[in-house]
Design a binder for this molecule. Sequence first.
Ligand code: CA
Length: 401
Amino acid sequence: MDALDIMSDLDHVIPYFQPIFSADEHRIIGYEILGRYQDSEKVISLGPFFRDRSIPDEFRIEVDNVVLKKAMEKALTLDNDVLLFINRSEELLMNDSGEDLLQLLLKYQEKGISLNRIVLEISNEDPHHQIDHLLNYYRTFGIKIAIDKMKNTSSLLDRIGDLKPDIVKVDLVPLRSMNPPQAFHEILYSLSLLARKIGAALLFKNIEMVYQLQFAWKNGGRYYQGYYLEGPSGQFVPRDSLKNKLKTEFHEFIIYEKRKLEAIVTITDEFQSRLQVILNKTRKYNEYEDLLGALAKDLEGIAFRIYICDEDGFQKSPNLIKMEKGWDIQPEYIQKNWSWRPYFLENIVKMRKEKKGILSDLYHDIETGDATRTFSFPLNGYDYLFIDLSYDFLYKHNQLL
Ligand code: CA
């Protein structure tokens, strides 16, 4: 499609609307406005037109504004709490210091679309600093900011830190393959923690299959968008169109997750009793090393590393580590300090108070790189036992993975 054909036929430039659903209400809470061109027989996305930098800025801005005006006219009929997500490139926004867009939106505020219903989606492709001033200026009018497109994660984290957006959009396309890059899960997990810390909501987009919806729900997604729910359309969809379907599906997710969590509690309890039995029969030992030796026999196939720390995190025993030929002793770990590790002191305090062991979350061991969980256990009034579980054991109890 030639850019000039579009420019000379703006009557056929139209807005499309893709619904965005919320996890807390199971209904449509907003629409992303997308540009389309109505050909004689089909509707064409204007995405490539907007991204084509060889097309003069004025053309792209003009088409952007045509789409937006037509969309706002239609949006006048919506409930007055429905959000409107508007795409703007940072580069084009800076062209006139963002005044055009603001004036257009203010005009529609007079007609009834309050500015706090506007979510401006920006991408983090070429962040530069002046844009932050502009976006903060927009915010004084109530406009919300969303960051879309996570191409480069490290710059995304910077952008999120600088901008403190209201919404972060996360693309689930990498999850389309059944074997997404392993780091994808960890990055998303970090992103969900960061979003929570700064008070931003996560919006997962390109949800095309039910397992992606489940993934989004499980990873702290408050908003969802994608063909699995609704594709873009020239018309607005009734807000409750998927209410029952979503309620049923979320119910399944909840049941599944509760089962998994219950299994983890059961395994934690089993560990607790098992250790008590072992410790009762090895009451007499001179050195912690002897105790660990006795434990290792009973934890064959379960643990790959065992050690003891005091409540400040100083290691009081060597590591006992499982090698191919048997257990090895690593005395060089004595007196190392682990209090800097996430949750370490939190868990110590919890164990001391509840006099019970704790099973950690799933993480990757810093030395072996394997997925593991650690079972920690209060040994006496002052020292704590740490058991790193082997991957084979987790695999056999796959709720732990
Ligand atoms: Ca977008």
